[in-house]
Unconditional design. Structure first.
Length: 317
């Protein structure tokens, strides 16, 4: 009898030992699952906090950008856009300019902006594409296309693409060579990107023309506000580099510009700021950024039904 009880006891102990081990495994497994779930919740909560912080920063960056835009247009309306005539001897912070040199809109108590960066490019400092100066356009295309015969072909194709007649120039084309059977525009291009539809205009060349050309300004060319690329093909790379350095120093004046470049005012070339300008604003707050690009016509002395400010293009992100 005692032997049977002893065997039963051993059986019960073995059973309890076996199942206690399984219970321990189950407890450890459940604990691991809960730990992983807790880590997931913690990670998700951190992500949500981070996203909320980014959203807050983004909203503030947009507010700062809008404040800076309002202040900028006030300055453009109220400030004389005439060019500095006399040389500046000491380096100084870059202020409002129209040759695409970045500057910062000062933050005001009434319109805080946390130092939004602005770039303005006077469109008269670019190559006008609707009614181009052919020699200037050839020099620009020649930056990429080194064969002068090919340059002549590209220029004639561009002119044929935009004129309203069906008379083909010597090197031009009155048919779409890239899309057989398709017509050409026979009118002014509405965007520079359309040039990629013209045979021979590579993406690289179109990008170059987008950076140095315009469809918005008709009139005199202003070399004072020309891009560094255009200046390099007009006066040489070294002189263009010296102009770029003077712009960065904030010392550029008409007198210094003429001294460095040898350029002076002449027919269809004037040191005068036009009303047509491209504007880029960039705002950074915390880890977020907001930017905006505009093409604007600013006419402070507009009268009658003419608006003092017209926005042709506005893109933001």
């Amino acid at each position: 009898m005692s032997l049977q009880l002893k065997n039963n006891r051993l059986t019960v102990d073995a059973y309890l030992y076996k199942h206690s081990g399984m219970a321990l495994v189950q407890v450890l497994l459940i604990t691991s699952i809960l730990a992983v779930f807790a880590l997931y919740l913690t990670h998700t909560a951190r992500q949500q906090v981070q996203q909320a912080s980014w959203a807050k920063d983004k909203a503030q960056a947009i507010v700062n950008l809008q404040n800076a835009e309002a202040e900028l247009f006030f300055q453009l309306m109220a400030t004389n856009k005439g060019l500095r005539k006399e040389p500046v001897l000491e380096e100084q912070p870059v202020e409002l300019n129209f040759f695409n040199e970045p500057f910062t809109i000062p933050s005001k108590k009434s319109l805080p902006n946390n130092g939004v960066e602005v770039q303005i490019q006077d469109q008269s400092g670019l190559v006008q594409l609707h009614f181009p100066n052919v020699e200037r356009l050839k020099k620009l295309i020649g930056v990429i296309e080194k064969n002068s015969a090919n340059v002549d072909v590209l220029v004639d194709r561009l002119l044929d693409w935009q004129d309203t007649d069906s008379q083909q120039r010597v090197n031009g084309a009155e048919t779409n060579l890239k899309r057989e059977g398709s017509p050409i525009r026979n009118g002014a291009v509405p965007i520079i990107g359309e040039l990629k539809e013209i045979a021979g205009f590579s993406p690289e060349l179109v990008n170059l023309i987008e950076s140095n050309g315009t469809i918005y300004k008709v009139g005199a060319f202003n070399p004072f506000h020309a891009t560094e690329t255009l200046l390099a093909i007009l006066i040489g790379e070294e002189a263009a580099r010296q102009v770029a350095l003077a712009r960065k120093r904030g010392t550029m004046s008409v007198q210094e510009f003429s001294s460095l470049t040898g350029l002076t005012e002449r027919d269809n070339e004037y040191f005068y700021t036009s009303n047509y300008m491209s504007i880029k604003l960039k705002s950074k707050f915390g880890e977020s950024m907001a930017s905006k690009s505009l093409i604007a016509v600013v006419q402070p002395y507009a009268e009658g039904k003419t608006s003092p400010l017209n926005i042709y293009v506005s893109r933001g992100k």
